[in-house]
Write a protein that binds this ligand. Structure first.
Ligand SMILES: [Zn+2]
Length: 111
């Protein structure tokens, strides 16, 4: 996997570089947190910013596509992974396996 840094959100420069958890733009001097760039933020049902590795709970019963299983409200989902798409959370559920969730149907919890 190649680690491509995102372009500068201020001036669009592709020459960004990373120092620890900060990204820097050599052209306009902008500094920002890794993963904080606008447009890619995924928020839960109450507006908390979600990140890879977060733990969330499901806020409503969700039918699992292609099976009769249901993810019950209150189900705790550990170690989520954010992805692009309609279902923007990729996770593994005990007893169900790999599945996609929509961020509007989860709530972030302290692990
Ligand atoms: Zn810049």
């Amino acid at each position: 996997m190649t680690d491509t840094l995102p372009p500068c959100p201020d001036c669009g420069s592709a020459f960004t570089y990373q120092v620890d958890a900060l990204l820097n733009c050599p052209e306009c001097g902008h500094e920002w947190q890794v993963g904080e760039e606008t447009g890619t933020a995924i928020r839960d049902s109450v507006g908390n910013l979600l990140a890879d590795g977060d733990t969330v709970t499901v806020i409503k019963d969700l039918k699992v596509k292609g099976s009769s299983a249901v993810v019950k409200v209150g189900t705790k989902v550990r170690n989520i992974r954010l992805v692009d798409g309609d279902h923007d959370i990729d996770c593994k559920l005990p007893g169900i396996g790999q599945m996609g969730l929509k961020s509007q149907f989860v709530k972030k919890v302290a692990d």
